[in-house]
Design a protein around this ligand. Structure first.
Ligand code: BEZ
Length: 219
């Protein structure tokens, strides 16, 4: 599907939200920001996802990360729906704004349209898309799930921790990595540079090719 993807700039849209009008670039400011869309208000999986985001809000705040939800209904509908989300999720408050998109213009610009899901009037609904935007207003990571599959917020936190670490060090994180585990040194870093950049040292995997590209360190 055409539209923004990793490396692209977030369009600087004005959006209507449950916290009033927001200018996307002003909202991101100097923070990493997670923008996540949902097919519609008063739908079952979305109610669990928005509640889970509310339950994880402290984890994102600890990391200095902002949240912005989006569903294509209007703000009045979102405000009614929040009562259900909070009740279902044992009173956990939805403290982040939820953007409205009744004309579907925002979901088109943010590449959040699900071509297979339409409302009763035949209008496209949003997919379960999630963009993590950096302080430079560029998309750093995107998830795209169909309406049938609710997202795992532990995976959002895990991916975010990887992004935050890779934004500070010349590293990448291996498969199934979790915060606290060893990371790999970026291929662009020579062994001589790695000795300077990683004072804790690093271990190189002994591979049949004898190429020294898989180097683990702790940062
Ligand atoms: C849901 O949130 O449960 C949902 C929304 C749209 C289509 C299917 C499921």
């Amino acid at each position: 599907m055409p539209g923004i993807t990793i490396g692209d700039s977030l369009p600087n849209l004005q959006v209507d939200t449950t916290h009033g009008k927001i200018n996307l670039h002003d909202y991101v400011g100097d923070s990493f920001t997670i923008i996540f869309s949902h097919p519609g208000d008063f739908t079952p999986v979305c109610t669990t996802e928005l509640g889970m985001m509310a339950a994880y809000a402290d984890k994102f705040a600890e990391r200095g990360v902002k949240l912005l939800g989006l569903s294509c209904d209007d703000v009045a509908s979102h405000k009614e729906w929040i009562k259900d989300i909070e009740a279902y999720n044992k009173g956990k408050k939805v403290t982040y704004p939820i953007a409205a998109d009744p004309t579907r213009d925002i979901i088109k610009q943010l590449n959040m349209v699900d071509p297979d899901e339409k409302d009763d009037a035949g209008h496209n609904l949003p997919s379960r898309a999630l963009h993590i935007v950096g302080p430079d207003k560029k998309i750093k990571l995107s998830f795209l799930y169909p309406s049938s599959t609710g997202r795992n917020m532990d995976e959002v936190v895990r991916a975010l921790d990887s992004l935050l670490k890779a934004s500070k060090h010349k590293i990448a994180t291996p498969a199934n990595w979790k915060e606290g585990e060893a990371v790999v040194i970026a291929p662009s870093v020579s062994n001589d540079e790695a000795k300077k950049l990683f004072p804790n040292g690093f271990k190189t995997a002994d591979l049949p090719s004898k190429k020294e590209y898989l180097r683990f360190t702790n940062v």
